[in-house]
Design a protein around this ligand. Structure first.
Ligand code: NAD
Length: 338
């Protein structure tokens, strides 16, 4: 059993912790939290050992009367590997602790590529991460783009990819964030960081991205225009993407799914925990080949999509399974089809 610590227990950390408990080859040692809030109480109710992030947290946990198992340093010491799910730039500070304790670590997309030197999307570059001490799972948008572009490139050969991303402004529990009535160019300059980030995993073709924030909390929406080398049909692309792991099709005409709201509602109907969609969600009837360009719309559940990648990154770093075997195990545990 791989002993896994999760440092940072909110949007990503909570999902990774739950996913670890579902794997037949992993054991969750515990989770580290800053505040003794309802999420700490619910973790304890689930049977997780909760550790305080630091001395200040120790005092807060004691005052709140919430039992905790020690400090994050104690948690990391007990583990074979730590998944760092703390906010952007905190992971790089935490790395000092992981290095001093001689522990392997998985970082998230809010950190720079250089924190690990290996940026990871399981179905694209699992082998590159095998046996590494540190790996960075790329962001939600980059993960979805990598899955789709890697698949298209494998079969059709990409010369250039353009993407416009309408980003959810905040996660559902971030009630103090906006905008509430505006579309914010994020950033105004081109490209946004997403295209270059895809190139940390797939360096073979240019990806030019533009991004804006829209006043929703539940999903990102991507509009892709991908230039390919040969002459292919719309059906060729549908066929290839339908056989690609961790991509899910929805349809507007057949199923009446025309919005990200409909997609999230579908996830509820599927009975997924927290409505989580681990797959990149493509509108099948948006896929269109015109000349040598592939067009499509894709939705990304930002809170959930990197969960399976974190699990696969653990196995890659620990050198316990090959890529296909790990992806199969993770998909089976999380009930991801295909
Ligand atoms: P979050 O802010 O929701 O959760 C981070 C948690 O870590 C918070 O509870 C915070 O209190 C805690 N924390 C802060 N400092 C800590 C420390 N020193 N030790 C332990 N805990 C600490 O962040 P998130 O949205 O889960 O994002 C985590 C990482 O995942 C970031 O790099 C982010 O860019 C990336 N990511 C986020 C999303 C998303 O949509 N939220 C998607 C993909 C990747």
């Amino acid at each position: 059993m791989i002993r896994v610590a999760v440092n940072g227990y909110n949007v990503i950390g909570r999902r990774v912790a739950d996913a670890v408990t579902l794997q037949p080859d992993m054991k969750l040692v515990g989770v580290a939290k800053v505040k003794p809030d309802y999420k700490a109480r619910s973790a304890i109710e689930k049977g997780y050992r909760v550790f305080a992030a630091d001395e200040k947290g120790r005092k807060a946990f004691q005052e709140a009367g919430i039992g905790f198992a020690g400090l994050s340093r104690d948690l990391v010491s007990e583990a074979d590997i730590v998944v760092d799910a703390t906010p952007e730039d905190v992971g790089s500070q935490n790395k000092l602790m992981y290095v001093s304790l001689g522990k392997k670590a998985i970082f998230q997309g809010g950190e720079e590529h250089e924190i690990a030197g290996t940026s990871f999307v399981a179905q694209c570059n699992f082998d590159e991460a095998i046996g590494k001490r540190y790996v960075r799972v790329v962001s939600c948008n980059t993960t979805a783009l990598c899955r789709v572009l890697h698949s298209i490139d494998q079969r059709f050969g990409i010369t250039k990819a353009n993407v416009v991303i309408a980003r959810r402004a905040a996660d559902p529990d971030e009630s103090s964030k906006g905008p509430i009535d505006s579309v914010v160019l994020d950033p105004v300059s081109i490209p946004s960081h997403h295209g270059p980030d895809v190139n940390t995993v797939l360096p073979g073709f240019p990806v030019i991205s533009m991004a804006m924030k829209i006043p929703t909390t539940h999903m990102h929406l991507h509009s892709l225009i991908v230039s390919v080398k040969g002459d292919y049909s719309t059906n060729d692309v549908i066929d290839k993407l339908s056989k690609t792991p961790r991509i899910m099709f929805v349809e507007s005409k057949r199923d009446g799914i025309k919005s990200t709201g409909n997609v999230m509602d579908l996830a509820r109907e599927m009975g997924r925990p927290r409505n989580d969609l681990y797959e990149a969600v493509i509108w099948r009837d948006s896929i269109k080949v015109i000349g040598k360009e592939v067009y499509l719309f894709m939705a990304v559940h930002q809170e959930a999509i990197v969960t399976p990648e974190n699990i696969d990154a653990i196995r890659a770093v620990m050198k316990t399974k090959g890529g296909s075997e790990s992806i199969r195990m993770t998909n089976s545990a999380l009930k991801i089809a295909g």
